[in-house]
Design a protein around this ligand. Structure first.
Ligand SMILES: Cc1ncc(COP(=O)(O)O)c(C=O)c1O
Length: 415
């Protein structure tokens, strides 16, 4: 497989040739949100300039074009994750919204007193809090599978907790702190055997690697456009057709209605049944462009590139004294994505991020919306994180590693 031509790819992203504090920008925060190529920017602009109209409502050409493009976006999303049909693709605001839709629409009628929901210790708040609130409302029990070596889901503990008979198993595909990529297929197989439904939080996997919902055999899967070169404000919820058919939407009104009287209402067909009100049409069009761009490069090649750059970063960080790296090590680089969290002994991660910023390098520091993982499992208040995408280069890792010396100098940390 040919390597990515990153120099060429970078030309597509105008922001990457800007400066930060007078230095060429090094953007290492794509796990938070990705940068956007001109192809996406232009497509959104074209939407506004040439076919902006509300979907599904107009009997005129503009509205038909807008409807067609919005639906085409769903067809591309379905193809990207190998879903059977665009019917199984619900557009919402983001991953968080998608998980909330499941927790409310499926969870409210299906979770009762004493029922169990199983998550893992490496979840983002978006895949904890909707379940926690549901469990509190229903007097249900939220369990979390432990980690092994602070890096991987402890499969013995996972299996033990499956024996408690959870009704829902909601797991992240790739951790936004550890970088770990979970074996979603095996976890889904075990969860189904135990009688649970399976939701995959794919916010950090779909943008970075091939993901196949049929192969994983998950019941639900969620991801966000803004993390995969698309506009913010569009999230994707995939659900198995029959399951979506059987669920009553929690948020109702407008376009999701087939017919309504003052006494009753019934729902539109899938996927529209879950999309109340005017959707983010320009966002959908922008996401379609992002998927086209990603597919042209190839998800497998993107994955290979990120694995290479993460391995390089892990190796470089290993050479630096006093730097602690979290998640799987270099030897397990094939089990992790392009997210590398670290701390420098004697330096607060917020100071690290600020000093990196003065060198033109954008990284993130904090609990990364995974407080139980960072505080309770890693026993830290905060960690610094570099995250890579298809446009990052090894030279940028070098600049980040060089910035560690500046951190030491500014904070007067002895070697
Ligand atoms: C693993 C994971 N899940 C969920 C989310 C939430 O995504 P969003 O903010 O787009 O809803 C994130 C965001 O960083 C994430 O990394």
């Amino acid at each position: 497989m040919a390597d990515l031509d990153v120099t060429d790819i970078r030309k597509d992203f105008p922001i990457l040739s800007t400066t930060n504090h007078g230095k060429p920008l090094v953007y290492l925060d794509s796990a938070a949100t990705s940068q956007k190529p001109l192809y996406v920017i232009n497509r959104v602009s074209e939407y506004y300039k040439t076919f902006n109209a509300n979907i599904h409502r107009g009997l005129y050409e503009l509205s038909m074009k807008s409807t067609e493009e919005y639906q085409r976006s769903k067809e591309l999303s379905a193809k990207l994750i190998n879903a059977e049909s665009y019917r199984d693709i619900i557009y919402c605001r983001n991953t968080t919204d998608a998980i909330n839709i499941v927790a409310l629409s499926w969870g409210e009628p299906n979770i009762g007193k004493g029922d169990r929901i199983l998550i893992t210790d490496m979840e983002h708040h978006s895949n904890i809090v909707p379940w926690l609130m549901l469990a509190k409302r229903k007097k249900a029990i939220l369990e979390h599978a432990r980690l092994k070596d602070k890096s991987f889901v402890d499969m013995d503990d996972f299996k033990e907790k499956l024996e408690h008979g959870p009704k829902m198993v909601a797991i992240t595909h790739a951790s936004n702190v550890l970088g770990t990529i979970n074996n979603a297929k095996e976890m889904a197989r075990l969860a189904h055997k135990a009688g649970a439904l399976v939701l995959i939080d794919a916010a950090q996997s779909v943008p970075h690697m091939p993901v196949d919902v049929k192969d994983i055999d998950c019941d639900f899967l969620a991801f966000s456009s803004h993390k995969m070169l698309g506009p913010a404000g569009v999230g994707v919820l995939y659900g198995k057709d029959q399951l979506l058919e059987s669920i009553t939407p929690a948020i109702v009104g407008s376009d999701m209605i087939r017919s309504v009287t003052f006494d009753s209402a019934d729902w539109n067909e899938l996927p529209w049944k879950f999309e109340s009100g005017t959707p983010n049409m320009e966002g959908g069009v922008g996401l379609a462009a992002a998927i086209e761009y990603l597919e042209r490069i190839g998800m497998r090649r993107i994955r290979e590139h990120e694995m290479k750059i993460a391995r390089y970063a892990l190796k470089r960080l290993e050479e630096v004294k006093g730097v602690k790296v979290y998640g799987p090590g270099v030897r397990d680089a094939d089990k992790r994505g392009g997210v590398v969290s670290f701390n420098i002994a004697g330096a607060h991660p917020h100071d690290v991020a600020t000093i990196f910023d003065s060198e033109g390098i954008a990284i993130r520091a904090g609990h990364h919306c995974a407080m139980p993982l960072v505080n309770q499992v890693l026993d830290e208040t905060s960690v610094a994180r570099m995250s890579f995408y298809l446009y990052n280069m090894e030279e940028e890792v070098d600049r980040a590693v060089d910035a560690i010396s500046k951190v030491r100098k500014v904070l007067r940390i002895k070697e």
